[in-house]
Design a protein around this ligand. Structure first.
Ligand SMILES: C[S@@+](CC[C@H](N)C(=O)[O-])C[C@H]1O[C@@H](n2cnc3c(N)ncnc32)[C@H](O)[C@@H]1O
Length: 390
């Protein structure tokens, strides 16, 4: 079986709360939806299809190409089942191999043991068939195999992303409490950002929302800045097809924006980091950065989206001071952002009440383990303006 041409199940994993956006993205790329769970969307396609999914999906963490489902009641049967798979067809014997896993099996209390057992099974098979075996270790710089073991069932995948897709490759300086790139993209989608109006992001921190917003508005594929994906180390990687996909993605990108993107933060260091991250993402020229209190953020005339990810006390800041900050944030939205859609992403609903504006939607998300909300506000002032596609 040539996996580059054979259609199989593909599981796209994501953070909790992101499934609705990942469903829309997957269907938008023309892939059929075969199922969903709380943290994954299922579709089908060949390994070649995984190239496009990895390059284009903004909200997925991993693109997993299904190889086999094994009956495994313990480490011995897992080893046996994995040894039976034709690894020599997928992996270079002189390459580098990493095994990752998610495990929920009563015989296992350390998932590293499963990684080791599965890795042994693969390299033993390759030594038997090819007389040589790949090196192995934790760095996902070569081929990556993922094992998802629940009860007596182990699913084995080629992990075509390698490093999670949230690591776009542009963010070198995360600053305090950064948002994952995938979460920022999902939050912007939920806030209705389509790149048509202005995007204003006070309290930008390391600039993740502004950078992701710019990439979306410019129609730039999020994977264009990554140097390595797991699929590149799978035997038979069609380099020419990958180059063609990259060329096509670059051609489809917009060169300029209809609106402006403004990002500010009170910390000069954060602004410098955000600017550097934007430069690495190739969007610096599209974002106006400045340092200062958020109340002084320029809100360009017209309409668009103003989006905040304020500190919320779990990891940064102090509640009393933050209460005052959220109150001022509400004043700013009310007085300085008329004509805009407003959005506040926070993990602290008590503080959110201090904003003092009526939400028109509250969308649940998770930032790591912290349950968060995206609060959406209409800030249309006296006369309600029509939606111009923020
Ligand atoms: C949760 S972090 C934002 C993280 C950001 N979304 C990212 O991905 O890096 C909150 C930011 O609010 C900024 N901040 C706090 N008080 C502020 C104020 N009064 N005016 C402007 N920025 C402020 C902090 O410096 C911090 O960078």
């Amino acid at each position: 079986m040539n996996p580059w041409k054979t259609s199989r199940r593909i599981v796209l994993t994501c953070a909790r709360g992101m499934v609705p956006f990942l469903l829309t993205e997957t269907a938008g790329l023309g892939f059929a939806i075969r199922g969903e769970t709380e943290t994954a969307v299922e579709t089908e396609g060949s390994l070649t299809d995984s190239l496009r999914l990895n390059l284009r999906l903004r909200t997925a963490h991993r693109v997993l190409y299904h190889l086999a489902t094994l009956e495994a009641d313990g480490p011995g049967s897992l080893y046996g089942g994995i040894t039976d798979l034709p690894w020599e067809e997928y992996i270079h014997e002189d390459g580098y191999l990493t095994v990752t896993c998610t495990v929920n099996n009563p015989t296992i209390n350390d998932s590293r043991f499963v990684n080791m057992k599965a890795k042994d099974a693969i390299v033993d098979r390759m030594t038997a068939r090819r007389g040589r075996r790949p090196d192995s270790g934790p760095e996902r710089t070569g081929a990556v195999v993922h094992v998802h073991w629940q009860g007596n069932r182990a699913e084995v995948f080629l992990h075509t992303s390698g490093e999670p897709l949230s690591r776009r490759g542009y963010r070198q300086i995360p600053m305090a409490a950064p948002m994952q790139e995938t979460l920022a993209a999902g939050v912007l989608m939920a806030a209705g950002w389509k790149g048509e109006g202005n995007l204003v992001n006070p309290m930008c921190g390391s600039g993740t929302l502004a950078v992701e917003g710019a990439l979306m508005a410019l129609n730039r594929a999020p994977g264009l800045h990554r140097e390595h994906f797991g699929f590149m180390s799978v035997r038979g990687f069609p380099e020419k097809e990958w180059d063609a996909l990259l060329r096509q993605a670059r051609k489809e990108g917009r060169r300029s924006l209809p609106g402006r993107i403004v990002a500010t933060d009170i910390e000069r260091e954060a602004v410098a980091a955000a600017r550097l991250n934007a430069r690495r993402a190739g969007v610096e020229e599209h974002i106006s950065f400045s340092a200062g209190d958020f109340m002084r953020t320029e809100v360009p005339p017209g309409d668009g989206l103003v989006i905040f990810n304020p500190p919320y006390g779990e990891r940064l800041g102090d509640q009393a001071v933050l209460g005052e900050l959220y109150g001022r944030l509400g004043d700013f939205l009310k007085k300085s952002c008329q004509g805009y859609a407003g959005a506040v992403f926070t993990g602290n609903l008590a503080l959110a009440k201090r904003i003092g504006l009526r939400t028109n939607r509250r969308i649940p998300f998770f930032n790591g383990d912290i349950e968060c909300r995206l609060l959406l506000y209409d800030l249309y002032g006296g006369s309600r303006k029509p939606d111009r596609g923020v």
